[in-house]
Design a protein around this ligand. Structure first.
Ligand code: ARG
Length: 400
């Protein structure tokens, strides 16, 4: 009798390799390993061999870097998306992309289920599960790690027993998740909130001490709200992220240390390096301020925060996220121009901006002789603006 198929989100690490075998031997499925490359720089051939060796009947690897940049990082960028005002959502954005590929692969192979290796206390399980529910409510979702809470030692033992390749290199003391938008570092000494992250935790950003002694400039060009060039060079979505990140990281920009509220109610200490995300958000926000009306910016700030929460909480494929996306797409039409950032030893400052359709009007804002603002109109404006205050005050003898 032929077995049902399951498509597993496969990272190539020990944990998901063990899951291949568990899903096959203990859950009774034919396992298709699926890996979406979102910028982790892994060797695809090695990954394929590992999946096969662990017992997968097939292994699908997709280079999803441009897709990730265009469909996930850029929408988050349009929303200036920072969870709790700080975290650019790097890990959070990749899960709905991976889920999209799991679902596509499940359809292609006629699979009954998808599976992932997320634990029961993290956010990723929520993101995977809700993304699959949002796209393909008929698919079964298997999460053996959540069901069994397999420790690292148990995984090693299982691998040795079942002839699965056990990593020979010493495992990093940290749990790492990385993609174009950023890198998260958890565990080990970082679990002590008072412990300064050791340099060994970082791979993409220089320390303040090691950053170059001269400032660097980034001139980032935007068209209709999206970054299209860096220092005069036109670049694809993935490349504008990669190159911006390299320069920002080199100058010590993008390190984040945050006590974060997980969806499941846990507070955790999270360390990130997101050089591209913080630089691009800073640069884009500046063109937005320059080209979007003040009242729209005020509403957008509220929706930006909601967008970040939706992405963090796993509601990427939801009507609300899509509706906010439409709002952002509409406002983005006027957001074209260039921002100049000055980076120096971990600091980042906007030092210049220009736009195709700036709402900044020198004749209105200047205090010089070119001033065309109607100063006398201000008096009547304030008279009406203050009418309600004045009447309340008259009745109650003023508000103290
Ligand atoms: N706290 C971050 C988030 O929830 C990072 C998660 C990283 N995931 C991982 N499996 N290491 O978005």
């Amino acid at each position: 009798m032929s077995r049902d198929k399951v498509v597993l989100a496969y990272s190539g690490g020990l944990d998901t390799s063990v899951l291949v075998r568990i899903l096959s031997d203990e859950y009774g499925y034919d396992v298709i390993a699926c890996h979406a490359d979102v910028g982790e720089a892994k060797d695809h051939e090695k990954l394929r061999a590992k999946a096969r060796q662990a017992g997968a009947v097939a292994c699908e690897i997709v280079d999803a870097k441009e897709e990730f940049a265009r469909d996930f990082c850029f929408p988050a960028l349009q929303a200036n998306a920072l969870y709790q005002g700080v975290y650019p959502l790097s890990a959070a954005l990749s899960r709905p992309l991976i889920a999209r590929h799991l679902v596509a692969s499940a359809r292609k192979h006629g699979a009954a289920a998808v599976a992932h290796g997320a634990t029961g206390k993290g956010n990723d399980q929520v993101r995977f599960d809700l993304a699959v529910k949002g796209m393909a409510p008929d698919l079964k979702i298997l999460a053996p790690q959540r069901e069994r809470n397999i420790t690292r030692d148990a995984a090693m033992e299982y691998a040795a027993k079942h002839g699965i390749e056990v990593p020979t290199t010493k495992k990093s003391p940290f749990s790492i998740d990385e993609n174009l938008w950023g890198r998260s570092i958890e565990g080990g000494v970082l679990e002590d909130p008072m412990q300064e992250p050791p340099e060994a935790a970082f791979a993409w950003t220089k320390s303040i001490e090691d950053a170059p002694a001269a400032p660097a400039y980034l001139k980032i060009g935007f068209e209709k709200g999206l970054p299209v060039s860096l220092n005069g060079e036109r670049l694809s979505p993935a490349n504008v992220i990669i190159k911006t990140g390299a320069i920002a990281g080199e100058n010590g920009v993008g390190r984040i240390d945050l006590i974060e509220d997980r969806v499941v109610g846990i507070k955790s200490r999270e360390t990130y390096e997101c050089p591209a995300a913080v630089a691009l958000i800073c640069a884009r926000k500046e063109i937005e301020r320059f080209t979007v009306t003040g009242d729209a910016l005020r509403l957008k700030a509220l929706l930006d925060q909601r967008f970040a929460e939706l992405a963090y909480d796993g509601f990427w494929y939801s009507p609300l996220r899509l509706a906010i996306q439409s709002f952002n797409d509409s406002l983005s039409q006027s957001v074209s121009g260039e921002t100049v950032l000055k980076l120096y030893r971990g600091s980042m400052r906007v030092v210049g901006r220009s736009a195709q359709h700036p709402l900044y009007n020198h004749a209105l804002s200047t205090y010089g002789v070119e001033d065309r603002f109607d100063h006398r109109a201000a008096e009547g404006f304030i008279k009406l603006l203050g009418l309600q205050l004045q009447e309340f005050s008259r009745q109650h003898g003023g508000v103290q």
